[in-house]
Design a protein around this ligand. Structure first.
Ligand SMILES: [Fe+2]
Length: 558
């Protein structure tokens, strides 16, 4: 007899844990366990020999085993092992491992999340191996573990996450590729009511919704969600999970799920975790689709659980969503660590490098505020065009720019004027994303007149050994993402400060201007470019008849 899946951990609470495994033939189920009395927590290394002084047995013969231990102490580590066999035949026993029960309500909690792991086994394996190093207390998936079948769930998902799940309970969220698989319910033990569910762990409440089933107002799921979020509205941190993202770049969002957003906003949800697009993406804090630093909900797409990223890389930044604060086409998992006062989130790639990091801090009685982010937020609180123009010398305006690391940084050594410029450098083959800033925003809808205005766009550029070319461009986005872009000529080679300028004609937006949501200016390099460049004194100004004299039409350049 062999154990072909597991053992693995499920459905942890303060006083219970469910342990599951799959045998290749019908067999009885035994779990032996013992409180560990170790201080701290780390994966079992074999240096301690547990005696397994407690035992629970189920004599019914089955292949998929689920045994719930429900007499446990909260916040406590236990050793465990499982056995199976048939009466009169040899049995099989697993190696000892450990688990830890949930702690009391005001305790710290840590968890990892990823989804869309169905594509690339090596990336999934690497993700799971790296995630173990961080000793998360639990894993909450974002859906699409495997590709449609129970067999793939076993041979792909469980095969590549075995060690992680042996020590860390996994809570599953149903993705569209999980829905056809019977294994999604056979292999996982969910809290009631199962199709969607919630649980508490330490200082956080976790709500797992199901975007494959009806979630619209009036549906059973909507009523349950409202009940659940209301019931736990005073929990320190509220995290919600469902597969299909309301906001995502590359035209891969599922706008229907935005019907849930008012509910999430009303009950003060802090972070929503989605997947479906096979990327990492973080939105700005949003209320009703608008930037809201006070009360906004942050949406994270954790969709790089194991996928061939070469398929998506070239497309992503052509269709950046206006609400995006950060997007990366890398395999990754998201690690969240929350204490009652602070929540730190990191996206970690398959090289164990940090793709993104931000933290939220909480003042009692108030919604959490973003305390720190690894990139600056793209939108100022009031992002209407100021007096018809935007001028960025970067001394006072760098906060409004998204500067993707490591290729863009602020430079105080080489400037055209003032004390700061933006430096771009690239000498590898990794994709380079543009630095960008929103210059016109949405306040109940960008007025149609904005789409009919002419703009003058300008920046000063200095280059050093640039192959390919650096450019400045102006881009429109609509409710459903990218609409159109106008780009300047490119500068390459080694050149002293040179002005790049062009005029944006309203007809270039035709026929999109009715959909207009936002405009932004981008500082970028053509794909595959290498070298170093500095940008300074970026200017976007509405062109007003009669034609302004060249140069004189711009605000002071700093
Ligand atoms: Fe999906």
């Amino acid at each position: 007899m062999k154990i072909i899946v597991g053992p693995y951990l499920q459905n942890v609470s303060r006083n219970s844990m469910t342990i599951m495994w799959h045998t290749d033939a019908p067999a009885f189920s035994v779990v032996e366990y013992e409180r560990s009395h170790r201080l701290g927590w780390s994966a079992y290394t074999g240096r301690i020999s547990p005696t397994f002084d407690s035992r629970i047995e189920d004599s019914r013969l089955k292949t998929i085993h689920a045994v719930t231990l429900d007499d446990l102490e909260g916040g406590t580590e236990y050793f465990y092992r499982v056995s199976s066999g048939e009466t009169g035949s040899s049995s099989v026993t697993s190696e000892p491992a450990t688990f830890r029960t949930a702690a009391q309500d005001d305790s710290p909690v840590s968890f990892i999340s990823f989804g869309d792991s169905q594509g690339l086994a090596s990336a999934l394996f690497r993700n799971a191996e790296l995630a173990r190093k961080y000793h998360p207390m639990l894993c909450v998936g974002t859906g699409d573990l495997a590709m449609n079948t129970t067999e793939h769930l076993r041979s792909h998902f469980f095969e590549n996450t075995g060690e992680l799940l042996r020590y860390t309970p996994w809570f599953a969220t149903m993705g569209n590729h999980d829905a056809p698989s019977e294994g999604y319910f056979q292999y996982f033990s969910y809290p009631e009511p199962r199709y969607w569910y919630s649980f508490n762990h330490g200082c956080a409440h976790f709500t797992v919704a199901n975007s494959n089933m009806d979630y619209r107002p009036g549906s059973e799921q909507w009523a349950w969600l409202e009940y659940d979020l209301d019931r736990f509205r005073h929990t320190r941190w509220k995290f919600v999970f469902f597969h299909h993202p309301p906001y995502a770049s590359n035209n891969s969002e599922i706008p229907e799920t935005r019907v849930l957003c008012p509910l999430l906003e009303r009950y003060g949800v802090d972070i929503v975790f989605n997947a479906h697009p096979t990327i990492y993406e973080r939105s700005c804090p949003l209320t009703n689709g608008r930037y809201d630093s006070e009360n906004g909900v942050i949406y994270i797409v954790a969709g790089g659980g194991g996928y061939d990223m070469s398929v998506v890389t070239s497309e992503l930044w052509d269709h950046l969503h206006p609400t995006s604060a950060m997007a990366k086409a890398e395999n990754h998992f998201v690690l969240t660590r929350a204490t009652p006062d602070e929540c730190c989130v990191r996206a970690i790639d398959n090289e164990d490098k940090i793709l993104d990091s931000f933290s939220l801090s909480r003042t009692p009685g108030k919604k959490a505020r973003m305390a720190d982010a690894s990139v600056q937020l793209p939108y100022p609180d009031n992002y209407e065009l100021e007096e018809g123009s935007v001028v960025a010398g970067f001394e006072e305006d760098s906060i409004r720019w998204v500067l993707p690391r490591p290729h863009y940084s602020l430079d105080t050594e080489c400037t055209r004027s003032g004390g700061t410029s933006i430096r771009w450098n690239h000498d590898g083959e990794d994709p380079v994303y543009p630095a960008l800033r929103r210059v016109l925003g949405h306040d109940g809808g960008v007025s149609r007149e904005v789409g009919e205005k002419r703009f003058l766009v300008s920046t000063w550029v200095k280059t050093q050994a640039v192959k390919g070319g650096v450019t400045v461009s102006f881009e429109w986005s609509g409710d459903n993402g990218f609409l159109d872009r106008v780009e300047s000529e490119a500068i390459e080679g080694t050149q002293d400060w040179t002005r790049l300028t062009f005029e944006v004609q309203p007809e270039s937006l035709y026929p999109y201007h009715n959909e207009l949501y936002a405009c932004r200016v981008l500082l970028s390099a053509r794909p595959g470019s290498t070298g170093t460049a500095w940008f300074d004194d970026v200017s976007v100004q509405e062109a007003i008849e009669p034609q302004p004299t060249p140069g004189g039409s711009y605000r002071a350049e700093m």
